[in-house]
Ligand binder design. Structure first.
Ligand code: CTP
Ligand code: CA
Length: 223
């Protein structure tokens, strides 16, 4: 309601959110992707909107539909996501929740690949994708607040803390996505917010609740 009236603590602020998987083509009919549903990023975009922000939502096609009342930019590949993010800047804050494919297929075929009858499968070659979070964090149009995610299955805190330093973002939202946690594809999340001040573990809660809490923290930081 605040947003509809043009109010809210983030009124007049532009916030960029990335979400969902990317899809990296193998040929015109096949791709490599990952299990991200886009649920957490979608909830964050909605929570920022609810606080009055103008939200640009850059999304790989995900299971969860994008929220209403935000500017949706649909992308397929990591390269397209980077271009869309750069086109959406400047922004006061950026939240990079996307599960960006680390590699693309370097020898993707322009035509559908066909079995050649020898029983020999094709060999795929991979190239590393650009790091969107690091590019934005270290770029000329760096938002005042840059928030990254770290999905880990071992040594969550150590890996996430190292990631924050390496990429140059302000905060990392770290979570354990081991299959046993049920977080990947589930409706709940248990995260640790890592900032210059240290690490703060939040209790396990609905992804919507994580999103609202994070959006409130972003509003505080931009106030
Ligand atoms: N990220 C990105 N561009 C990439 C890879 C990751 O912007 N090419 C962002 C993600 O959106 C997330 C953060 O970086 O906010 C961390 O992603 P993650 O996959 O955990 O880290 P990586 O640096 O890819 O390291 P690794 O997967 O090897 O652990
Ligand atoms: Ca990765």
């Amino acid at each position: 309601i605040d947003a509809a009236l043009g109010g809210g603590p983030l009124a007049g602020r532009h916030v960029l959110v990335t979400s969902g998987p990317t899809h990296e083509p193998i040929d015109p009919v096949r791709y490599i992707a990952n299990r991200s549903s886009g649920a957490q990023g979608t909830a964050i975009a909605a929570a920022l909107r609810d606080l009055g922000a103008r939200v640009t939502f850059v999304t790989g096609t995900a299971e969860v539909p994008p929220p209403q009342g935000v500017t949706v930019v649909r992308v397929e590949t990591a390269a397209q996501m980077l271009a869309a993010v750069q086109a959406a800047l400047p922004a006061e804050a950026a939240v990079m929740a996307a599960a960006v494919a680390d590699w693309r297929v370097a020898n993707a075929a322009g035509q559908k690949m066909k079995k050649d009858g020898t029983g020999q499968p094709p060999a795929l070659e991979f190239a590393e994708n650009p790091d969107i979070l690091a590019t934005v964090s270290q770029g000329a149009q760096r938002p005042r607040l840059v928030v990254g995610f770290a999905a880990e299955t071992t040594d969550v805190l150590a890996h996430a803390t190292a990631k924050r330093a390496r990429k140059g973002c302000d905060w990392i939202v770290a979570n354990d996505v081991s299959p046993a946690t049920g977080i990947m594809g589930g409706s709940e999340n248990a995260v640790t917010l890592i900032s210059a001040e240290g690490a703060e573990s939040w209790p396990r809660m609905a992804k919507d609740a994580v999103a609202r809490r994070l959006a409130a923290r972003i509003a505080e930081a931009l106030a």
